[in-house]
Design a protein around this ligand. Structure first.
Ligand SMILES: [Zn+2]
Length: 496
């Protein structure tokens, strides 16, 4: 009983807060920072390692990991000596570019991936149709008009409405958090609210981006600007999804840089009464046709049982979507291609899924669940890779995993000790696999050293030069060894 209570407490501490459209990885600042000094001195996020595996006595693993050492060696060697994955990521980012839902780039990427997967000789290559929202940014600008005239960096938030053609000109009210906003209340009516919320961790700080517009609109604000959700900045604005609350006026909303937010804070605190003019052409067009990209290595003995690996193929409309999530897609795809090339055909099917529309709708993840509802029970494991392409650390395994599944994954991870990717974290998952894991599929995430992920996340700086080819190769090796062994082990991963 005592043990059970302890487990419940541990699980509640490590559980990942659900948030639409985003896999939330927890990164926190040093505990004793307060928001005011963070705002003056932007500080680098320290990744909080996923807590170590639940200290329960786990059952002995049923997988015989020694039987897989030779295969793991071949996989790791092939991954580290191949340039195919990096070359494909270069094509995706440099030649096709960023891939917002509804864009020609995304559809070009999907067509290219389907053709290449067929060339790889993978099984059952197909696109599964998904209708996706089609939001377009258009031109946008932000001007400080008083006390001095100055152009400020701005980047509209995904799903925002636009402004009238002449823009919205209004005095700025700068707040550091929702409490300050609510204390001002009616005083923000007719004003532009600027949230200068310092980054603590992604899950907490992203609330201002997601909900800031409607919270300000409730008090009569005419627009909302949000300090970019990042620990550091070189005048880099970060976009991302926002959502309007029912029953509040829809006001335009955009991100400013840390530098811009701090400038406005200083002026506001001095009583300079800054005035801003925001122009945004953002609008929704009719839904567009898109697709989840799917390919398989068909299992030799239990083809109906499936291990799913994947990331999301769409990205924001700035930068190249290299870390988010072009790299994740290539990791999953290349893992499967390497197994095929090495002639390693597991007992169960391994399926790669490149989901569409994670960033501003999650329609791909929902459509996959709907299209595969009748085989949900046959999904042994779904792994998502959407935390950036960095040095792999191992996997985060859903806290709901059976002790047998956890014991087996920990055992399999020993094959990855030589590349330092053998940690099985106490929790894991992802936005795209969320819909199926809520139906009972066991979920996991590829865990990486994400110390610098939020420096460039959703910015024009998420480009191929930020990807270390060695990290990409190590991620491919990690994913391929885990997926192959789980798919091939004669026993059931979860132990039934
Ligand atoms: Zn992503």
């Amino acid at each position: 009983m005592r043990l059970l209570q302890t487990l419940v407490v541990i699980l509640s501490i490590v559980s990942v807060p659900a948030l639409a459209y985003h896999s939330i990885r927890q990164y926190t600042l040093n505990a004793n920072n307060n928001s005011s000094n963070v705002a003056q001195t932007p500080q680098r996020a320290q990744p909080t390692p996923t807590p170590s595996p639940t200290p329960l006595p786990l059952p002995p693993p049923t997988v015989k990991v020694d039987n897989y050492r030779a295969a793991a060696g071949r996989i790791i060697g092939a991954a580290l000596t191949s340039n195919k994955g990096y070359a494909r990521l270069a094509h995706l980012t440099d030649h096709i570019g960023n891939r917002l839902s509804g864009s020609k780039n995304l559809e070009q990427a999907i067509a290219w991936a389907l053709a290449e997967m067929k060339r790889d000789g993978l099984d059952n290559v197909r696109g599964e149709k998904v209708m996706v929202p089609h939001w377009v940014r258009g031109n946008e600008s932000l001007q400080l008009t008083s006390p001095v005239s100055r152009e400020l960096m701005v980047l509209g938030l995904g799903n925002s409405v636009g402004t009238p053609a002449e823009g919205i000109t209004a005095p700025a009210v700068v707040v550091r958090n929702f409490d300050e906003l609510d204390r001002l209340g009616e005083q923000v009516r007719g004003k532009i609210v600027v949230y200068n919320a310092a980054f603590t961790n992604y899950g907490a700080t992203v609330q201002y981006r997601q909900n800031g517009a409607s919270r300000a609109a409730r008090w009569g604000a005419v627009a909302a600007l949000v300090r970019s959700v990042t620990p550091v900045s070189l005048q880099t604005p970060h976009t991302g999804a926002m959502a309007y609350a029912e029953g509040q006026p829809k006001i335009p909303t955009a991100a400013v840089t840390i530098e811009g937010a701090e400038l406005l804070q200083r002026m506001y605190d001095r009583g300079d009464q800054p005035v801003l003019r925001l122009k945004m052409e953002a609008q929704f067009l009719p839904d567009a046709e898109s697709a989840n990209v799917i390919a398989e290595i068909k299992g030799s003995e239990k083809p109906e049982e499936v291990v799913v690996v994947g990331g999301h193929f769409d990205s924001w409309d700035v930068g190249q979507g290299a870390h988010d999530d072009g790299g994740g897609c290539i990791i999953a795809w290349e893992a499967v291609r390497l197994l095929k090339e090495l002639g390693l055909r597991p007992r169960r099917t391994i399926r790669v899924v490149l989901y569409t529309n994670e960033e501003n709708g999650l329609r791909g993840g929902n459509a996959y669940r709907d299209a595969h509802r009748n085989e949900v029970a046959k999904h042994v494991l779904a792994i998502e890779t959407d935390s950036g392409t960095y040095q792999p650390l191992g996997f985060g395994l859903a806290a709901t995993a059976t002790p047998q599944a956890r014991a087996n994954m920990q055992e399999i991870a020993k094959l990855l000790t030589g590349i330092r990717a053998d940690r099985i974290g106490a929790n894991g998952g992802g936005a795209d696999i969320g819909p199926m894991t809520r139906e009972g599929v066991l979920g996991a995430s590829l865990d990486v050293d994400g110390s610098h992920y939020f420096d460039i996340h959703h910015t024009p700086a998420d480009t191929l030069d930020k990807i270390d080819p060695q990290h990409l190769a190590l991620c491919v090796a990690t994913m391929a060894v885990m997926a192959y062994t789980v798919a091939d082990m004669p026993q059931a991963l979860s132990g039934q």
